[in-house]
Each structure stands twice: as structure tokens, then as C-alpha cells.
Write a protein that binds this ligand. Sequence first.
Ligand code: C2O
Ligand code: CU
Ligand code: CU
Length: 522
Amino acid sequence: MRLTKFVDSLPIPPILKPSRECCGLSYYTVRMNEFQQKLHRDLPPTTLWGYEGLYPGPSIVTWRDQIVRVKWENHLPVFRHLLPVDTTLHSSGPGIPQVRTVVHLHGGHVHTDSDGYPEAWFTNNYEIVSPLFKNRVYEYTNHQRASTLWYHDHAIGITRLNVYAGLAGFYIIHDKEEQCLNLPGGKYDIPFIIQDKTFLEDGTLYYPDRPANPSPALPRPCIVPGFFGDTILVNGKIWPYLEVEPRKYRFRFLNGSNSRFYNIRPEAEGKGSPPAWLQIGTDGGLLEKPVELNQLMLAPAERADVIINFSQFPGQKIRLTNIQPPVEEDTTGQILEFRVKDYLSEPDTSTVPSFLSPFYPLSECDADLERNMFFKISTDSYGRPHFLLNGTMWSEPVTEKPLLGSTEIWNIINAGAGIHPVHIHLIQFQILNRQPFNAGLYNTTGKLEFTGPAVLPDPNEMGWKDTVRAAPGFVTKIIMRFDHYTGRYVWHCHILEHEDYDMMRPIEIMKRPCLKSRHRYN
Ligand code: C2O
Ligand code: CU
Ligand code: CU
């Protein structure tokens, strides 16, 4: 269905108030529930799931080293999911409640019990909890850089459905270093969660219950290998507009879509040249220096902290457009419209320094261990694609057990056809390079033969990342250090349809053997 674009103004998710605050500790209660919300002027209200009755959920805004505790409560319908649940996926079969939730803080450096392990789910009022469920209250210590994180549902086998239903929100960490830079702040610092969805005429959220041209052998409902909606929403409004002043703004972009990638750029009305824009931060916080952007590529879960300067555009309209296929110029090619006022409410005293924050690159010599990781698409017994990491399924025993305090290099080998955004919990990593290799040879013999020199990451990827695009025909080399926490976490493709079946694997950070037994003198 076709909806008129740019008729609703952009909502900004409200900042969640703690229910208690004392001694540097903030305590929140967050309820997940079902509700109706208007997503567009001409669309009847849509039934959604969200946090605190909101889609997207309210933003949690905090400071570095401030301790945040959240009691995540499930008040969702007990028996009936809002969307079609495929019960043939891992840990989704008979005896497993359809409506299950567990919340993950994406990009957070957190204790294993608060990470939102996909099999640590719970149902309404904790009526049923999975065997791996531990605690009702999650703790986020925020011992990490100022950054734009997000929380979202991560329940095993239905993450794509829960997030699509609306279970996602921002989690923003500030720190002194960032505050001293005098970047545009307050009402000039605005988060954008971009998502694609499809609706029926009556406002119902649509999600397919089987792939296009299904074979009769498929179960119903059946997972789809990817989902692309025909409508773009920002902060829960369909094609919104935003009135801005002719000055600098900071926008925190988050691609919160299931499968869709975006290649974004601002376009001025008419043929005029667009405003300059600079990227100042990545998934893990500030870059060392601002990077001038031409267009901005964002895979699912990637974030970009961006400055756009409208000072030269009073009275004009600027569009944010998307050219990443699959795309239709008039619909999914459009994201948001800025309407630049012709006056300032106060002088713009913000600055964008040419040096933002020191970045200490890790080098290959720092690594204790190097692992080769590969993607494999096999076919399941229904004849549908089954996406695997290292050829293993979610349910198989843990194979990656990094030692606490160790530095590892992961070579992510993509000998397939699509880009997969790889996300690792617990840590922020650095991208070393991407190197082309002979995928045909690799697929037939398993031999890794490089066909060209390694390519450095893009300038706007030279910071801390928790999600990286692993392009086909390339080995994507990343480096990371496992600090502070041991225990069970996960890594996965952040295309949610892949993550749910089966492109996700556990990792377990192991304690080092005791020093006494390592050095024995006789
Ligand atoms: Cu954004 Cu494992 O998640
Ligand atoms: Cu995550
Ligand atoms: Cu994938």
C-alpha cells in the first residue's frame, strides 16, 4: 500500500526515568507489552509489541561507570504471538512457549548473566523460564566508552519476530571526554532507528508466514531467508519529517532492520549540492577524527554517529535517501525529510574538533590466537536454506573458547554470495582488513588462496566496532581482546532471519589456568 511521505513529524523516544536512584546506581523496571500505536497519519493504529507501551522503547541514557540495573518484565500475551512462529527451528518445538523474551544490550560490555543469552528466556510474569534463565534483574556496569548502544529482544528462534514486532530501543552512554568536545548536544543530538516494515490496509503489521513460491513440503508457518519491507520508519513513524534549525546537528543512526542494508545520503531539493556531513563515531563510540562522508552504508545493527550542518540551507528541504538494493526509488529509497527553518533559536556554539578521541590500534602481533571462521549455507530436510557458522548448528557444543585476557584474530571467510553483518557479544573489536580470495577453490578444496592484497577498512570503520560487514569473496580480519568477564556469550549474523536459523553460535570465555599450576619449579 502507498502512504503519503513526510506528513508526520519525527518522534524522539522519551528518556526512561529510573524508578530508584542512589549512590551512583540507577534502577529501572521495564515492561514489555502489547499496545496500539499510530505509525502514520493515514494508517489506522497498529498492534505492536514494545517496551513501556512504546515502539521504539524509551531510551535509557546513562553515564560511563554509572551502574544501571533493569528488571525486564514480560507482560505480553501468554499464548499467541503477534507474528507467525515457525516451530521447526532450534529450541522452538513442542513444549517451548511461543511467546518468550530475553533482552540483550547490543554493544554492552556485561556479565554473562546479564547479556541476554538467547536460551535464557522467560515468559509473562516469569511463569515459565528456560533452564538457562538466571536472574530477573540485569546489571549494566557501563565501564565502557561513550557510545550509542541499543537493547532489543534476543529470544532463541524468534528474535526476528520479536524485534520486528517492536521490541527495540536506544541505550546511550555519555562520558566526560565526549562532553568536553562541545559537540551538538541536548535537543540537537537526535537518535534515528531506521527500520523497514510492511502493513496491510487496516494498519496490521505484516510478516510473511512462508517464502514466496513455497514448495508444498514446507512447514507453515515457515521462516523466510530474508525480509524486506516496503515502508521505511524512523523512530516508529513512517517516512517522517524533522524540522531543524540552520545549524549543526548530531544524529545517531542505527539500522534496526531485520535484513535490509541502507546506503544513505542527504540530498538537497532541486539539484543543489547536499550539506556536508561528517561521521564522528561508530558502534563503539568516537572515532579518532571526523570522517567526511559521501554516503553511509549501514548493515543491520550497525551504528554511525554523524554531524550534519544545515547552516547553508535555511528554508530548504533536505532528504535522506537510500540507494542500497533491493530498493525502489519512491518508497524504500526514501527515509526522512529535513525541513530547515530560516532562523536559529540560539547561536550555534557547538564545535566539531578535528581530533575527537585517541584510538589505539591493535596489531596482528598482539594476537594470542588466530581463528578461521566460515559461513556455510546448507539445505535442511524441508529443502530450505540453513545458514551455518563454521558448518555447525546452534545446538552443537561450544567450539570457540577464548581465554580471559587474550587477544584473538578472527578471519571471517565468506565464500558465498551475500554480505553478512557479523556481530560478537561482550567485546568491541577492530577491523584489520579485508582480503580477496579464490572462493571457488575454497568451496571445493577448503584451500585459502588470496587473489589480491588486503584492503584496509573504510575510514569510517577505523574505530571500535561490534558489527562488521563480511563481504563475499573476502576474508574479513578482525581483532579483539576478551577482558573482565568469563562465561557464555554468542556471536552471530545480524540479519535476523539468518540469526534465527542457524547463523548463531555460542562462545565461552574461559578463566586462565591458575598461575601456580602454570609455573611449577621442582
Ligand atoms: Cu544485536 Cu546478539 O545482537
Ligand atoms: Cu549484541
Ligand atoms: Cu547472514
